[in-house]
Design a protein around this ligand. Structure first.
Ligand code: ADP
Ligand code: MG
Length: 708
């Protein structure tokens, strides 16, 4: 690759974006497609053929031979089914490159290998992928092979959602509709739509690939199941924003170029808190695009790492003893004409609207804290949430001193008469302060923090899709907007009703606001006093999906039917048990085939040494060898016993038929046994000679890359 790149030319070159469509589509077709995209109408089937034709020509000119419907099944990653453009040969044996509107818009997929939680009966294995025309098609290059990827939603024969995308799109419609009603109340007649804007910051680890390949735990589970931090850990804090080493820098440049070509605006990159940990942030986009782009970011990081002899770990907790990785989901609501509903604004009238929006969000988060927590639940994240690094498993909102002060005044007297700037502003009956986005302070420990003109939800796991978090955010906020609009549209005195509503919402949901240290013990106790849910594990969080409250919420806005919710809950429980099962089996294997033999070799070496030393000199002191031998033999015994206990509990848990019960068994028994097994192994790693230890240590894995 040449040293100089023209980013403007490069950006989006692999995307069938607006520019390409304008150039290649007949004017009328372009106009109608744009209308569909901008205003959320259904795609007119009569233009599909024309769009498909242009898309195919563009793809083929760029070297594509295949196309695929790209979708996000419930496993959290993306899936695809490739077809070539080639038609059946004609009578002269000639083939054509074909791609019809029908093939663009819809594809039948054998869906039986994707989780459905019982939605799809086994005899009905068909699933359908349907083009999401609001997310542009793109080309994926893999060496010589070029594939046209069409972002799609994935549903069953009967129309039930089997993916992450469909509910997200439904939730965007819901929040759009209700937010517009709120805007109209404040006299806005010009905005045509409101869309959630999302920027997902992605954390990840980079390690040397050769060393990675020597660790079966990393290969099979994405995290280390054994291992201890060396003396030099994270406490030195010298990695954070440190010089990005040469190899990493080359990797990052590669990632940026790839992403830019795909139209993903990768923006900031820096080293994170833990050694070998990094972060990538794109510029925010509409929620469904952001969700697609985040999948591309993860995919690109993985692939680019391979090209640089590195391995990218997206697991939430690859290493014990240093920070894990998350995804910060920055979320706001923006109109087509550029108004951010979460911007406090500069005029009093915007302030009142902002305070209503804020009150609605606080109410939404308080009422559905359990759902938000659930949206960040994945197996790996259990190691992060509730540990003393990432946001705790308790949902609370950080507003910052200025806003908290305003909220207190509104709750106290019903009027806020002063603000940081000390101005008094009159708006009807309400006296409101002039809010200023720039004075927001920071709190890194809050799971849901107001950061000037957006909320930052920090709980999402690094390997997880951001789709479900945004689906839930959009829906719970739509519910509050709807309640507010229902009430205010019919108010005899709008100003008075508005004032009462804001005061009511804030008083009722004030308990969700917490500006202190979210990592502290005191907060856990305080949150319990306030009655806020604390759901430390994924298995505790899943039932939030199927409460009466959740079923009512999601069916009111047509996001999920009750059967979709039940199927998702079943999928999540199954997923939990499956992942822990894989981890447990990997541990049993590694302990049995690698660690135990290594310890036996070490013990034999010690015993040989004792014999040889004694043979040479009967009076020699061999107490050190004997001490080590006693200790490592004791630990070896412990290791073997715990390995057997784990094996026993895995087999017992695996036989439980009910998915929820099985998941609990994996959580209570198997995960606990795994921790127990790890302890003696980690102690042994500290004793056994390095040349005998069967795989690279933490020191080898995470310091060497960052030192290069
Ligand atoms: P901060 O330092 O406040 O976290 P950054 O400027 O680093 O903010 O941005 C973090 C992420 O938030 C980026 O992905 C950015 O594009 C995104 N972001 C910025 N403004 C908004 C907004 N209004 N809505 C959603 N995301 C936003
Ligand atoms: Mg941030």
């Amino acid at each position: 690759m040449s040293e100089r790149v023209n980013v403007t030319e490069l950006f989006g070159m692999n995307v069938f974006n607006d520019k390409v469509m304008r150039e290649r589509l007949p004017r009328e077709v372009y106009r109608r497609l744009k209308k569909t995209v901008n205003e959320g109408y259904e795609l007119d089937p009569t233009i599909a053929d024309s769009v498909a034709q242009a898309m195919k020509e563009w793809a083929i000119e760029n070297g594509a031979t295949h196309y695929t419907h790209w979708f996000q099944p419930l496993t959290g990653i993306t899936a695809e089914k490739h077809d070539s453009f080639i038609s059946a040969p004609d009578s002269e044996g000639k083939v054509m490159m074909e791609f019809s509107g029908k093939e663009l818009v819809r594809s039948e997929t054998d869906a039986s290998s994707f989780p459905s939680g019982g939605l799809r009966a086994t005899f009905e294995a068909r699933g359908y992928t349907v083009w999401d025309c609001t997310s542009p098609a793109f080309l994926r290059r893999e060496g010589e092979a070029v594939t046209l990827c069409i972002p799609t939603a994935f549903c069953s024969y009967t129309g039930e959602a089997l993916d992450q995308k469909t509910p997200l799109l439904r939730s965007m419609q819901a929040v759009n509709e209700q937010a517009l009603r709120v805007l109209r109340l404040f006299g806005n007649t010009s905005s045509k739509n409101v869309k959630p804007s999302v920027g997902a910051e992605q954390e990840y680890f980079l390690i040397d690939r050769e060393k990675y390949l020597k660790r079966k735990d990393l290969i099979y589970t994405g995290r280390t199941l054994f291992g201890v931090m060396p003396a030099k850990g994270q406490e030195l804090d010298d990695h954070y924003f440190g010089v990005i080493r040469k190899r990493i820098a080359a990797f990052m440049r590669d990632v940026d170029l790839e992403l830019w070509k795909l139209g993903v605006s990768a923006k900031t990159e820096h080293n994170e808190a833990a050694p070998a940990q990094h972060e990538l942030a794109p510029i925010y986009d509409e929620a469904n695009l952001a969700a697609d782009h985040n999948q591309l970011v993860m995919e690109t990081l993985k692939k680019a790492a391979g090209r640089h002899g590195l391995e990218c770990l997206l697991h939430e907790k690859p290493f014990e003893g240093v920070n894990g990785s998350g995804k910060h989901n920055n979320w706001s609501l923006t109109t087509d004409d550029g108004i951010n509903l979460l911007n406090p604004g500069v005029t009093p009238h915007e302030n009142v609207q902002f305070l209503l929006v804020l009150s609605c969000i606080l109410a939404a988060v308080d009422i559905h804290a359990d759902l938000l927590r659930l949206s960040a639940a994945d197996v790996g994240n259990d190691h992060r949430l509730g540990a003393d690094e990432a946001p705790p498993a308790i949902i609370s909102v950080f507003l910052g001193t200025q806003l908290e002060d305003v909220v207190e005044q509104l709750i106290g007297t019903g009027y806020a008469t002063n603000s940081k700037r000390g101005k008094n502003l009159k708006t009807g009956v309400t006296t409101l302060p002039d809010l200023d986005a720039d004075v927001t302070d920071r709190n890194r420990t809050s799971p849901f923090a107001f950061t000037g003109n957006k909320f930052e939800f920090r709980m999402v796991g690094s390997s997880d899709s951001i789709a479900s978090t945004n689906t839930i955010l959009n829906t719970i906020v739509a519910e509050q907007f709807k309640a507010a609009a229902d009430r205010l549209e019919n108010a005899a005195d709008f100003q008075l009703e508005l004032h009462d509503l804001i005061k009511e919402l804030l008083s009722k949901h004030e308990r969700i606001i917490f500006n202190g240290n979210g990592y502290s013990e005191e907060w856990v106790a305080e949150a319990a006093r306030r009655g806020l849910p604390n759901l430390p594990s994924m298995v505790d969080a899943i039932p939030a999906l199927t409460t009466e409250k959740a079923i009512r919420l999601f069916s009111e806005f047509d996001i999920y039917t009750e059967s979709e919710l039940r199927s998702r809950s079943a999928v999540e429980f199954e997923q939990y048990a499956k992942v822990i099962n894989i981890e447990a089996r990997a541990m049993i294997n590694i302990a049995g085939k690698q660690i135990i033999p290594a310890v036996i070799r070490y013990n034999t070496r010690l015993a040989d040494s004792v014999n040889k030393v004694r043979a040479a000199c009967a009076e020699a002191d061999v107490s050190v060898q004997l001490g080590l031998l006693t200790r490592s033999s004791r630990l070896l015994r412990e290791l073997q016993d715990r390995r057997e206990q784990l094996l026993f509990d895995v087999e017992r848990s695996l036989r439980i038929r009910d998915a929820e019960e099985r998941a609990h068994a994996y959580h209570d028994l198997v995960a606990a046994d795994m921790e127990a097994l790890r302890a003696p192994a980690d102690q042994l790693e500290g004793i056994v000679d390095k040349d005998l230890w069967p795989f690279p240590s933490y020191g080898d894995l995470i310091f060497e890359v960052s030192e290069q």
